[in-house]
Design a protein around this ligand. Sequence first.
Ligand code: AGP
Length: 373
Amino acid sequence: SAAEKGGWSSFMAKEISEEPEALEQTLLGRVHDGLVVLDEIAEGFPDDALRAVDRIVVLGAGTAAYSGLLGKYAIEKWAGVPVEVELAHEFRYRDPVLGPNTLVVSISQSGETMDTLMAVKYAGERGARTLSICNTQGATIARESDAVLYTRAGPEVAVASTKAFTAQVAALYLFGLHLGRVRGVLADEASRALVAELQALPAKLQQVLLQGDEVRQMARQMSDTRSVLFLGRHVGYPVALEGALKLKELAYIHAEGFAAGELKHGPIALIEPGQRVFVIVPSPRDGASLHPKVVSNIQEIRARGAHVLAIAEAGDVAVLPFADEVLRIPLAGTMFEPLLAVAPLQQFAMELAAAKGLDVDQPRNLAKSVTVE
Ligand code: AGP
């Protein structure tokens, strides 16, 4: 009903607006004296057990798998443990190598996704230790796991996952920071600086969401578009994948996300005049100097006639000569940019679906939680 949507046009619009709050809730009570403390997993994963972990496998499906990809970047950087991310339905059927020191982290909003549940059970039977990152209290996957770290995004009604994704990334980051400190890889000082970045995100995200009208305009001009590409590099890559998934699900438009570095290995052949391409541009302050590489990708596709929609940091003027439209995100550390860059893509998919007169909350052929294999 309209009342349940709290004045918003759809549950999805309401849930996007709740993302800053979802982030805050996921951090709540898990930071003490500027450092991450995860008491709730201490029983299933005492510090010794975390120190013994030699490999992490992250499992999920759809959006949950994309949040997992971001977890990989963060956990490897902060905790120095090798991480693989795999679709739960692929993992389960290929005789994966697991041992007692393999930590399997599953991600699920509903906690009821059959593909993910079967993979978690299988991992447990094969002797791996299992941690669930879940948004639904008492869900089956949470109960099947050795420990659970709840995302506290609140109930998500719209079929397309939005605030749950944001909260999943925050939970994975909390876990990565915790693991890094327990394993002695991340010094307290460095850890505190990262925690402070995490805590500054809800306010920054609030600011990003204020660009909703601009995003709506952009989407309305594109209601006839038949294909949209998304490019990102490093942590921008999972954002590109997620932006494409949202557009497929909601607006029924062919969309594909690519790692920007892969462009010249094939996908650039797709570029023809008028092709819409979203590019998630890394910060020019980024130490790995990926910014100029992505700007040069933009030049390459623009020269072939692409219509470029850039998501770039405030003040990044290098993109201006080559981008047709620019959405801005506030300054943040590299690892935190995805949490700001994904919201405009969620809004975009929602607005494009609305412009086409489609049901934003219940896209065709999809269920909120897929409880069959
Ligand atoms: C996201 O917009 C999708 N509807 C879908 O990919 C979803 O994320 C996936 O089915 C996993 O669901 P879960 O998080 O409830 O396990």
